[in-house]
Write a protein that binds this ligand. Structure first.
Ligand code: SAM
Length: 314
């Protein structure tokens, strides 16, 4: 049976020999992709995202857009195809992907690719944007592991928010009034993702963020046949060569609201218009052995069901 990991064409990480994994954006990068069979209406991820953003935000044809961790540049290529005068900055940690983005977007004069860590680039005093896009990369940001609720509560009580990992976690939990686990099992905290959301205020007028969610609850119609893994806490996802954690979108949403953003939170299946007819319901549940097309749709449905999105706007 094919799996998303084995058949993928998207590499996560910096050493191409390590691991390849398909992102939603790459899976739906071309109209002839077999994954289009999972959608009500075939469209590329970039075109669907732009339509969705336009429903919530006014995007001028010459807006200043920043994309963080843009991989192959596929998403930005679609946006520029529709809005060629956008002023685009790509911020990319991986030299390899930065080179691929320069190549993919070379025909658009308004594009610059900055090679570096988004936390450093956002920290520069002259940074500003109309819209910042962070598609499937906040799971790559640092996660604090092995935390104990009692220890973090103690730091909060004492107010000793130093620059240590625990101090940073405690400060964010205190500042945004985030819930601590009620038991004494070690927990993980999306430290990088929360610090990132905190940094957005005053630096961009709007933001789009998507990632693998730890606390997604799908509603009807998709919730009737797709059951995402609701762990509540960030879940470690083992990949070859490195691990990522799923994101507690409830924490990000709360932080953004407390920072004064208007927040829209919705599942990726809604953004994409994923099928929910009888055929899709059957393929989502069945292993479909021997029918390659159905297997691909089965894999895609059971992958995309885990993802959530946020739009932050003023
Ligand atoms: C999983 S890929 C997603 C690529 C693309 N957005 C997509 O959806 O296909 C994560 C991307 O984020 C980049 N990245 C990870 N951490 C980063 C950081 N701290 N600053 C800038 N880019 C980062 C990676 O190099 C990679 O391009």
């Amino acid at each position: 049976m094919s799996t998303l990991n084995e058949t993928s064409s998207f590499y996560k990480g910096d050493d191409a020999s390590l691991f390849w994994e398909m992102t939603i954006c790459q899976s739906l990068g071309e109209l002839d992709s077999p994954y289009m069979g999972a959608l009500q209406k075939a469209a590329t991820f970039g075109d669907m995202l732009l339509s969705r953003l336009k429903r919530s935000l006014s995007i001028d044809s010459n807006a200043r857009i920043v994309e963080v961790g843009g991989g192959y540049g596929t998403l930005m290529g679609r946006l520029l195809n529709q809005l060629p005068n956008l002023k685009v900055t790509m911020i990319e940690l991986s030299p390899r992907f930065a080179a691929l983005q320069r190549e993919a977007l070379t025909k658009y004069p308004g594009v610059s690719v900055v090679e570096g860590d988004v936390f450093e680039v956002l920290g520069q005093s002259n940074f500003s944007a109309d819209l910042l896009i962070s598609n499937e990369n906040i799971g790559d940001f640092p996660t604090a592991e092995g935390l104990l609720a009692e220890e973090i509560a103690g730091i909060i009580d004492r107010g000793t928010f130093d620059g240590s990992i625990k101090g940073r976690v405690a400060r964010l939990i205190d500042r945004y009034q985030l819930p601590l686990p009620e038991d004494d099992r070690p927990f993980a905290f999306n430290l990088g993702a929360l610090e990132y959301v905190e940094m957005l205020k005053g630096r961009t007028n709007a933001a789009f963020i998507s990632e693998h969610s730890a606390d997604i609850e799908l509603k009807s119609p998709w919730g009737e046949f797709l059951n995402p893994t609701f762990t509540g806490r960030p879940r470690r996802i083992e990949l070859k060569g490195h691990a990522e954690y799923s994101i507690r979108f409830g924490d990000l949403e709360r932080a953004a609201v407390m920072d004064g953003w208007n927040v829209e939170r919705f599942p990726m299946v809604e953004l994409l218009g994923v099928r929910h007819d009888a055929g899709a319901r059957f393929m989502a549940g069945a292993e479909c052995v021997g029918n390659e097309r159905a297997e691909i749709i089965h894999e895609f449905l059971n992958h995309v069901k885990e993802y959530e999105c946020l739009i932050l706007k003023r």
